[in-house]
Design a protein around this ligand. Structure first.
Ligand SMILES: [Zn+2]
Length: 414
């Protein structure tokens, strides 16, 4: 692997589809097409066959000696005004994996690059479009009528890119023969930066529980109602929010976020009669996640009781934790350590296309650090030295995966 070539490609992509306001490769737009044309121009230099599947995912196949293939992938799309590395790092590191294999002859089994369509969901609000279609988890009727800001329907817009919505699950055929999947991504958070580590292996994506806790008390005059006679839904919410913060601190590896609360009537002269609080909880361990939710529920009930209120938890959305493959995690940990990092492995709070693949085939991810530790903004960045370690580690992991496949492990998917 030659990290210089990855950095060169990333800078060229940023020049073509970025600028002072950040990346603008929103899926299903002309800028996204331009990013894909650039990707194709790089793939055209390699001995690969390029195709686009019924969900709009772009594939490049490099033949190998044995049966089946290892998949290297990520996404070239971005959020509006996004960063130069989110998604693109994974794609151009994958291109470099193909390039370095081609320079060394024929790989022991085939390698396939995939650029997933619409990972970000920036236009219609549905993330992981292409990878979930491929994995068979996309509910077609739930996305058909999603509309963008201009009122255009998802089904109509994707049709302009030759994606017939009712056929997107045919993309799953692409996984016939797949042995394993690897994706590189920036961490998008502060963990590696805070530890001074350039890169790390990813254990899986955290499960998520999202709820709205609705506290109901009694709206009342702020002057006429003595403190002890109030049923203050805002006070109950505040108590619950602080208790939930403690729950997050008590469960190692877990996070609990009260992202906001809205009170009614919401005026300075009234006790709040109704307050709706937004709660997001994440953990890699399903038991811990369930325990955090149960504790949050009782914290809300206790807070409601203490303030003469009632509370109801409304389920908004959830997804179980999706662990990656132990053997591949082992390969990646060794590789990061050999490349100059440590054998650290951390969970991913954000979801990734890799989570969809992990449902079906052995999967692993490598994170580079993020510094500043932000993403989905033009400030997103990673020190070049850290990128070099991550790229090197990725190449070593791909080598280990190919060797394992050649030795008869990681069987091709039927
Ligand atoms: Zn991403």
């Amino acid at each position: 692997m030659n990290p210089d070539r990855v950095l060169e490609d990333l800078r060229e992509l940023a020049r073509l589809t970025g600028g002072p306001d950040g990346a603008r490769r929103v899926c299903w737009t002309d800028e996204w097409t331009k990013a894909r044309e650039f990707l194709r121009s790089r793939l055209d230099e390699l001995p690969v066959e390029v195709s686009v599947d019924p969900a709009g995912n772009l594939w490049a196949l490099m033949q190998g000696e044995g049966d089946g293939f290892v998949i290297v992938g990520s996404h070239v799309d971005s959020v509006p005004a996004g960063g130069w590395l989110d998604g693109a790092l994974g794609i151009f590191t994958a291109v470099e994996a193909l390039r370095s294999q081609a320079e060394n002859g024929t790989p022991p089994v085939a390698l396939r690059l995939v650029d997933w369509a619409d990972e970000e969901g920036a236009r219609f609000g549905r993330s992981l479009f292409g990878s979930s279609a491929c994995a068979g988890t996309l509910e077609i009727d739930e996305v058909r009528d999603l509309r963008d800001r201009d009122g255009e329907r998802l089904e109509d817009v994707v049709a302009r890119y030759d994606v017939e919505l009712d056929r997107v699950h045919e993309s799953g055929e692409e996984l016939r023969g797949a042995r394993a999947y690897i994706e590189m991504h920036i961490e998008q958070g502060p963990v590696l930066e805070s530890r001074g580590e350039p890169a790390a292996t990813v254990l899986g994506t955290c499960g998520v529980e999202r709820h709205a806790a609705v506290f109901t008390g009694q709206a009342a005059h702020a002057g006429a109602t003595p403190m002890e006679l109030r049923r203050d839904s805002f006070a109950a919410t505040a108590q619950a929010a602080l208790a939930i913060r403690e729950i997050g601190l008590a469960h190692e590896g877990g996070v609990c976020t009260v992202g906001g609360a809205t009170s009614e009537p919401g005026v300075v002269t009234a006790v709040a009669g109704r307050t709706e609080m937004l709660l997001d909880q994440r953990h890699l361990d399903p038991g811990e996640l369930a325990a955090m939710l149960a504790e949050a529920r009782s914290a809300c009930e206790q807070a409601a009781a203490d303030h003469g209120c009632e509370v109801e938890l409304r389920h908004l959305w959830s997804i179980p934790p999706i662990p990656f493959d132990d053997r591949l995690i082992g390969f990646a940990k060794n590789a990061v350590a050999e490349a100059g990092g440590k054998d650290t492995a951390i969970p991913s709070g954000p979801l990734h296309d890799a989570a969809e693949m992990a449902r079906l085939i052995p999967t692993v991810m490598i994170f580079s650090s993020s510094s500043p530790p932000v993403s989905h903004t033009k400030e997103e960045d990673t020190p070049e030295a850290d990128l070099r370690v991550a790229i090197d580690a990725y190449g070593r992991t791909v080598e280990a995966m190919l060797a394992s496949a050649a030795a008869g492990d990681l069987p091709p998917r039927a």
